[in-house]
Design a protein around this ligand. Structure first.
Ligand code: GYE
Length: 370
């Protein structure tokens, strides 16, 4: 028995050793070794991507108003840079903006430039620095000189709208322009002068132009020259009447006394006040306006209809001054980031003539707003 016991112990030891040897060779499925690698660099959290700039079709970047996209008229604070007193059209234009601002609850700060472009540029700079102003409206006395203040307005988050007058500046520097197509107005004026001079042997026309530098006068003169040639009109003289009655009367008086220039069949006046000045001079020279000399003008104020009814004015091309509501409506769209607004929105306008007759013209005058 003893021998058998010893054998069994030896076998057990042998088997155990064999097991130990086997275990020492077989890799143990351990977790993959964690290789101490550097923690990935903490990449910066992606910056909150800034909203893409809102840009109109003309390349104008619409400023992000604090109240957008739910701005109301009550959020609007307008810096309005006006030309200064010029006549009935400008008075009606001012009233339109004043009345609409009051009705809509808009805060309106009006600056009267007294007809000086340097005053307008200074006022523009002041409004650019005014933290309360979010909309700037400009009726420019000149087409040039505004690029720097337009760029400054963009830097200061002000929306800029041109009302009435245009600028030579790039359309990428302002939200839009709302006003008359003055070239088209001039083309209509030339066509009406052709009708009035039909049958006249000679067609010498003198031109009393608007204030120097103003887009309204520059473009009306361009348009008139484009259509006057259809009927053989010749412009024999041109001089500014500064939009006003007295200087225009003086200009016409001088022409009527000139031995050569006094051979006049037509007057092309760039606004109604200039036409009224010319009509006064014609009458004081014992000539008959509407018979000896035909007069064409722009602006359809109450004085215009009075002159048409009297037959002293032959034709008046409408130029709408009542732009306040439309400008404010577009400005609110701009505050709310609307990029669909075109760079120019033309006023819709007609033509009135003495040929319509006193009764028809009086009926229009009876309900005319300005
Ligand atoms: O014809 C004239 C005013 O810009 C359209 O300016 C306006 C012109 C208008 O002084 O009467």
């Amino acid at each position: 028995m003893k021998g058998k016991t010893i054998f069994r112990i030896l076998v057990a030891v042998l088997v155990f050793s064999m097991i130990l040897a086997a275990c020492a060779q077989k890799p143990v499925a351990t977790e993959a070794p964690v290789v101490a690698t550097e923690a990935p660099a903490a990449t910066e959290a992606p910056a909150a991507t800034e909203a893409p700039a809102l840009t109109t079709s003309s390349g104008y970047v619409v400023p992000a108003a604090a109240c957008a996209p739910n701005c109301q008229y009550s959020d609007m604070v307008v810096g309005f840079i006006q030309t200064g007193p010029e006549g009935a059209w400008r008075t009606a234009n001012n009233a339109s903006f004043d009345e609409a601002a009051a009705q809509l609850g808009i805060t309106l700060k009006v600056y009267d430039s007294q007809g000086k472009v340097e005053n307008q540029i200074s006022a523009f700079h002041t409004f650019n620095q005014d933290p309360t102003v979010n909309v700037i409206i400009l009726a420019a006395v000149d087409t040039k000189g505004f690029d720097d203040v337009l760029k400054e307005a963009a830097e200061n988050g002000k929306i800029v709208i041109l009302e009435d007058r245009s600028l030579d500046s790039s359309a990428s520097l302002y939200y839009t322009r709302i006003g008359s197509d003055f070239v088209l107005e001039g083309q209509k004026g030339g066509q009406e002068m052709c009708k009035l001079l039909e049958g006249f042997e000679k067609k010498n026309v003198v031109e009393i132009s608007g204030a120097v530098g103003a887009s309204a006068g520059i473009d009306r003169g361009t348009g008139f020259r484009q259509t006057m040639e259809e009927c053989g009109i010749t412009i024999t003289a041109s001089q500014t009447g500064d939009w006003k009655v007295a200087p225009s009367k003086a200009v016409m008086e001088a022409w009527l006394k000139d031995p050569v220039l006094k051979d006049i069949q037509g007057v092309h006046a760039h606004n109604i006040e200039e036409a009224l000045g010319a009509i006064q001079a014609i009458k004081e020279a014992n000539l008959v306006p509407g018979e000896d000399i035909m007069v064409v003008a722009y602006d359809t104020t109450k004085d215009t209809f009075t002159a048409l009814i009297a037959g002293e004015l032959g034709a008046a091309i409408e130029c709408n001054p009542l732009l306040g509501p439309q400008v404010y409506e577009v400005a609110l769209k701009g505050l709310n980031g609307d990029t669909s607004i075109p760079s120019y929105i033309a006023s819709q306008e007609g033509t009135f003539t003495a040929a319509q007759g006193p009764e028809a013209l009086q009926a229009i005058l009876d309900t005319w707003k300005y």
